[in-house]
Design a protein around this ligand. Sequence first.
Ligand SMILES: CCCCCCC[C@H](O)CC(=O)SCCNC(=O)CCNC(=O)[C@H](O)C(C)(C)COP(=O)([O-])OP(=O)([O-])OC[C@H]1O[C@@H](n2cnc3c(N)ncnc32)[C@H](O)[C@@H]1OP(=O)([O-])[O-]
Length: 725
Amino acid sequence: MCDKGSMAQYTRVSGFVGLITLQNPPVNALSAAVRQGIVDMVERALSDPIVKSVVICGQNGNFCGGADIKEFGTNMSGPPLVPMIDAIEAANKPVVAAIEGSALGGGLELALGCHYRIAHSKARLGLPEVTLGLLPAAGGTQRLSRLIGVPAALNLITTGIHVTAAQALQLGIVDQVTDHNAVEVAVTFSLSVAGQSMDARRISTYPCPLPSDFDALFEGVMQKVRQSARGAIAPVACVQAVRAAATLPYTKGMEREQELMATLFTSGQARAQQYCFFAQRAVGRWRMPSGARWETSKPMPVHKAAVIGLGTMGRGITVALAQTGLSVVAVETQEKQLMEAKQAVSGMLERGAKRHGVAPMLDRISYSQNIQAVAEVDLVIEAVFEDMALKTEVFQQLSAVCKPGTLLCTNTSALDVDKLASEMPNPELVVGMHFFAPAHVMKLLEVVYGPRSSPQAVATAMQLGKKMGKVSVAVGNCRGFVGNRMLMPYLQQAFFLLEEGATPELVDRALEEFGFPMGVFRMSDLSGLDIGWRVRKRDELVEPDMASGQSARIRQGSRYSPLGDLLCEQGRFGQKTGQGWYRYDKPGSRVARSDPWLHSFLVEYRARHGLVPRSIDHQEVLERCLYALINEGFRILEDGIAAGPEDIDVIYVFGYGWPRHRGGPMFYASMVGLAKILERLEHYQQAHPDVPYLQPSSLLRRLVASDSPPIHRWREVIKKYQSQL
Ligand SMILES: CCCCCCC[C@H](O)CC(=O)SCCNC(=O)CCNC(=O)[C@H](O)C(C)(C)COP(=O)([O-])OP(=O)([O-])OC[C@H]1O[C@@H](n2cnc3c(N)ncnc32)[C@H](O)[C@@H]1OP(=O)([O-])[O-]
């Protein structure tokens, strides 16, 4: 007996069990049709006198990925989730959830409405709504708190973490974990409880276990959540909803849950976070200006990889590669550095393994001082010092040593990948892999292709990035690629603001209130002021013998601030020297304190250059720093360096601390309004005509002239713009 018309299939199995299978590939999201299917099939099972119990499962070994996020932006129709789940819970026959794959969000809420939950040992469960700017509003906050207690529910709901089946069993979310077919186990189990009263199995009727230090607990959690949320409203609403579960009867708690959800649902933050969800997936469908794309480019198999150079980056990359299970050859020519690296890599692998409860993969790595050791690998990631001559030399050695067809990747944050490729006999096998420090932790990877890189090389690097758990974005080759190129105008504006009267504290506060984990100056102290200094010296921007007056602040015809250079000349490199834009108790310490020396230095500097300080507010800081950065993002789109705004946004959210609830710089621009961004850039450009970065990009002008289309339609305008160039 079977009904295939709806998006929930009904079968009678083992004679007496109604089996309802959700069918909506790939994750069986609860679309309107699936919800309708569930409502109909549950009714059918409950009214069939032969059926003694019901099992709900998902097609293709995947229970349910939650509400259909694609429906959120539309006029939602179909039966709502809450009464559907309430009806399941109220059923007078046992309903058992058979959880394989994932039970997330509305999927877990559906399972919590069932009387029993049986999970396969590989299943993952969670309420990740908070990452979408929402809360679990199909009873999740009310039922989970009653089932597992307030502290554990708060942890799951405010972070959105996924737990394993074993953890779910320990927490009391599931009743049984099995290594066998969870559906078969659930069917047998459901028959064993058929005929019993389900009164004691309805979670909504449970009292919510109250911790003794109730007020202190909520106060502490709220404080922590507000701090880490950096302005995101969903985590705060999640705490409020759990509090309602603890203090109100179920129906009142549900009303509160709905109320809080209504506010979140219509907020710009939820839109931004859902945009990020889809953007993160969209960047995997990469394309190159040549027309090569992900569907038609087959990656090469990679079984063995090598890392050359075991400095900080090389070590992190080695760890990330070993964790994927690949064999790794790690090469470092300096003996002392090699010894230190071995120890550091083992430590990182052991700590990571402990955290995830897995084996540390130490035996995946072989170390060598000799580059000949890479002869048999399929792919090499070179991570030597950021110097073109050195990298070219290493690449030449590699092309002599490696077997034909080995992919050669360079880990660089700014060097010209195409220039490096052009020196090689097989430039099509060269791509850039811009990792972010620490490379085994940071989620972002820029995969940089040049005009000569083969689509297969790009596909291989992209796939390897994915295996390493990275969000990989394919970008074109240019100075700084996408992320660092956009950082240049941002940093420049921050320096100019200091010259004009701001302090590092004021600029950082404005940016941190916006949602960055760290303002530009604290960040610069952390990463080291000497890095930018070295680059500026290489670019011949640093002039040691500094005169006073305006001419001292012009380089190559444009306004330039030597402030960073002057600090470096004093040996102030940031945290590592104990002084930078702030002072620190000792070198290496992390607490930034205001530095009276820096303030007097700024006063003296402005006086020497005839700059009259003026009062600068947060609004100006945000507009100058962020709009200049966004403007460069438009230039990057114009140049075809990023394929679309999603690529830029993903880079900024995953690599540069851009607050996810603001969706990334290009999404933010679309929210602020492109006409407003253009108007403010024009305004600042008039005030600072010697700053080319403030000159609005032609694409921005074009988009505004085309009535500022929504972000998902920018590509059409970009395509038209590029075809007319
Ligand atoms: C007032 C209104 C009241 C409403 C009440 C609702 C209450 C409820 O609490 C809200 C929710 O459940 S919120 C939801 C809470 N749930 C979550 O937050 C879970 C979100 N999902 C995930 O975390 C991951 O997808 C999985 C871990 C499920 C699978 O990972 P994986 O194996 O690496 O696969 P992958 O590459 O990630 O995805 C494959 C494809 O599926 C797509 N898609 C996925 N989920 C979708 C969804 N729910 N929907 C639609 N589509 C979804 C995804 O876009 C991709 O499409 P593409 O076109 O091929 O690019």
